[in-house]
Design a protein. Structure first.
Length: 500
């Protein structure tokens, strides 16, 4: 009998009742290993109701209570790294070391939430007028929801809920139905840490669940990470329903390589940033812009390194790259490579025919490298979300920057150079939210916020860091005037002199 992956509502596992189930596959074998419940509108309402009931007490709980629980959760998360990573590998396909890295980056945000007390300190101005003080405080917004993608089933939820619940909100998580089990494991660890029932809920589901969350009157805020078309829809729909929204979309991240760069370092960075996690990450480098005469040499060095990458099951310690999440996604990624030559690219490496012995039914694809890619080709314009690296050529720094800035995406970008002046100019001129200087994947540490520009972000707040705290709280300003004790009514003696 196929194992069911169910909801977590009100502090316990709740069996799916809609009658609708989705397949969860092992990408390395192609076999269906579990079925995940797909929530009905009634089940969404039940999860939100549990969160709303819990907010009545959690929203007024002390900071000490919240952080004590988060510290215990942090210890449990650390102790269960391997178990969570194994779930990620089994359902997503990424190699175990990559899955462990995902958990570690999520742990950063949990640690940030453990220290939330300093970030929730308000401001006070005394004696703004005679005996008048003004204080600014931040309070939770209520019930909030997170809708997260398949590529980081543990990390992206942890970009959201630790800060949300540390600020006093309650949380409903709708993880990807493609790899749902890591979210349930996290829910169990939160309960073990002592989080009250209903503060954190996991709602498995598809578009039915998402659409209900976007319109539900008791949801105050929505956080989302996914593709640009869906991010735009999330932002438009949730905002129209009166919710605050942070919706992080897709990307086409560029790496500009100047003629003075260390080409070995640039090639190493390009390979790890383009093909790590099989390219299924929104901060992957998918376009390298080679400036000047270095293009041929850079492509040769990238090819040399790419051909040595070991592809295999994620639970094999020898594997450096695993399969793609589904067969349909594998076929879509392959279509960009197969159509590249007809659209003007030089196909240096074609990984579309790759298979792994003994795992022939897995969702395999090899590494692909396209050179001299035209900017009007599909491989360049679209977010492929797979192990396909496009190399473009530019004669000058200015031409390279103009090419990057012409992209509708503005998530992350990088420059490789030995020239500090060029790097400084680049970080000021480039139109992207995150910039790396000789760093190919510039994902900020937890106490700085993550987010892009242009079509990579919808909403006013980036995720985690200070922006995360501001998103999950709302400001209140209190103006106070108290009479002086010496002004007490006649007959009431407080011991203060009357001659002030």
């Amino acid at each position: 009998m196929t194992k069911h992956v169910n909801h977590w509502i009100g502090g316990k596992i709740v069996e799916g009742a809609s009658g609708n189930w989705g397949p969860v596959t092992d990408p390395a074998t192609g076999a269906v290993t579990r079925e995940v419940a797909l929530a009905s509108v009634a089940e969404v309402d039940a999860a939100v109701a549990a969160a709303k009931d819990a907010y009545a007490t959690w929203g007024t709980s002390s900071l000490a209570q919240r952080t004590t629980i988060l510290f215990r959760f942090r210890a449990l998360l650390d102790a269960n790294r391997d178990a969570i990573a194994e779930l990620i590998t089994a359902e997503h396909g990424k190699v175990h070391s990559d899955a462990l890295g995902e958990v570690a980056r999520g742990l950063e945000i949990v640690e940030l939430a453990c220290g939330i007390t300093t970030q929730l300190k308000g401001e006070l101005s005394t004696q703004v007028s005679n005996r008048v003080d003004v204080a600014a405080i931040r309070q939770p917004v209520g019930v909030v929801a997170g809708i997260t993608p398949f590529n980081f089933p543990a990390m992206v939820p942890m970009w959201m809920f630790p800060i949300a619940i540390a600020c006093g909100n309650t949380f409903v998580l709708k993880p990807s139905e493609k790899d749902p089990s890591a979210a349930l494991k996290i829910a169990e660890l939160l309960a073990e840490a002592g989080l009250p029932d209903g503060v954190f809920n996991v709602l498995q589901g598809d578009k039915v669940a998402v659409d209900r969350l976007l319109e539900h009157p008791d949801i105050a805020a929505i956080s989302f990470v996914g593709s640009t078309p869906i991010a735009r829809h999330i932002h438009t729909t949730a905002a129209a329903n009166g919710k605050r929204v942070q919706a992080l979309g897709g990307a086409k991240n560029h790496m500009l390589v100047l003629p003075d760069a260390d080409l070995d370092a640039a090639a190493d960075a390009a390979v790890s940033a383009a093909y790590g996690s099989a390219g299924e990450r929104c901060m992957a480098i998918s376009a390298v812009v080679a400036v000047g005469s270095i293009g041929d040499e850079l492509v040769a060095r990238i090819r040399e390194r790419a051909e040595k990458i070991k592809i295999g099951p994620g639970n094999d310690p020898a594997s450096e790259m695993g399969p793609l999440i589904t067969k349909a996604h594998r076929d879509k990624v392959a279509s960009y490579v197969r159509g590249a030559a007809a659209q003007g690219s030089e196909v240096v490496l074609d990984g579309t025919g790759h298979t792994v012995e003994g795992f022939e039914d897995g969702h395999w694809i090899g590494l692909s490298l396209l050179d001299k890619v035209p900017t009007d080709s599909d491989a360049y314009r679209d977010e492929i979300f797979g192990p396909v690296l496009c190399v473009l050529r530019a004669d000058t720094y200015e031409e390279g920057v103009a090419l990057i800035n012409a992209s509708p995406f503005g998530n992350g970008t990088a420059i490789f150079t030995r020239d500090g002046g060029a790097a400084r100019r680049f970080q000021m001129e480039i139109e992207a939210g995150m910039v790396g200087v000789n760093v190919p994947i510039p994902v900020p540490v937890g106490y700085h916020s993550f987010g892009g520009w242009k079509d990579s972000l919808f909403g006013d707040h980036h995720i985690y860091g200070n922006d995360g705290v501001h998103f999950y709280t709302r400001g209140k300003v209190v103006t106070t005037r108290w009479p002086d004790p010496s002004d007490a009514p006649a007959g009431v003696d407080l011991g203060f002199p009357r001659n002030h």
